[in-house]
Ligand binder design. Structure first.
Ligand SMILES: [Zn+2]
Ligand SMILES: [Zn+2]
Length: 257
């Protein structure tokens, strides 16, 4: 009996070592929660996308945000889309995988898909920031207000990581901002930028289509070194997403006239 246990435990140990060796060889590039409503995808060494799936009018839609790992903790761009539990679950996944706390969150506009989990962030004492306009709209839409600091202080340094918020003007909404990570040449476009598979401009209830292309052009001029663009919905890619968004705006204007 003893020898059997010994053999078993030796076997288990080597099995465990193998698992550890294997996981060391190829760290995961995608992490999913049990019901697959939240997916984390590695984009760069320290930057991941968080994608949450939410039912809206009977259809399931995705929404992307970012997770930026810094030496001083995690920076979150946008909450998960859904109820507060969804963002609580996102925070748990981040804690488990990154072994770091979320210290700062930026909200890129006051629509549900960017802000709906804000209470979960505030409950954990996380510093949540936005522009003044997003903070004002958040209150109008029944959410607690983020700290309206991004107009005055758009460039934030967390540890050695630089994060820049930019308000390009109206587009998808009056308050949409982009977030630039200069060390990764990565632009989070949010709902202001469309994915290449988007066939139209999507939800236009608060949009300003006349100004939208001027606003996108400002982003193109400001960030000529952009390598990766993450849109609010759909797949990320390179700078062609910016030009695709302009094409969709032209197409929309053309169809209307
Ligand atoms: Zn929106
Ligand atoms: Zn959206």
């Amino acid at each position: 009996m003893f020898s059997l246990l010994l053999t078993l435990s030796v076997f288990m140990t080597s099995f465990n070592d193998q698992m550890i060796a294997q996981s060391k060889k190829s760290p995961p590039t995608q992490i999913t929660n049990p019901d697959k409503t939240i997916v984390l995808t590695k984009l760069d060494d320290k930057v991941w996308a968080h994608t949450s799936y939410n039912d809206w009018n009977g259809t399931t839609y995705d929404h992307n945000g970012l997770i930026v790992a810094t030496s001083k903790g995690i920076v979150l761009i946008d909450t998960a889309w859904g109820n507060d539990q969804k963002t609580e679950e996102l925070l748990k996944m981040i804690k488990k995988h990154f072994k770091k706390k979320v210290v700062l969150a930026l909200i890129t506009h006051a629509h549900d898909d960017s802000i709906s989990g804000i209470r979960a962030l505030l409950n954990q004492g996380i510093d949540v920031r936005s522009t003044l306009l997003t903070a004002k709209l958040a209150k109008e839409y029944g959410y607690p207000s983020p700290s309206p600091t991004l107009d005055v202080k758009p460039v934030i340094k967390v540890g050695n990581t630089v994060i820049e918020a930019f308000y390009p003007g109206e587009g998808h909404s009056s308050d949409n901002i982009t977030v630039w990570l200069p060390q990764y040449n990565l632009l989070f476009g949010g709902c202001f930028i469309k994915s290449l598979d988007a066939k139209d401009l999507g939800n236009l209830s608060d949009a300003n289509v006349e100004q939208w292309d001027e606003s996108v052009k400002k982003v193109i001029e400001k960030y000529p070194d952009v390598k990766t663009v993450v849109p609010g919905h759909g797949n990320w890619g390179d700078e062609s997403l910016l030009f695709h968004t302009i094409d969709l705006i032209k197409q929309h204007t053309h169809n209307k006239s």
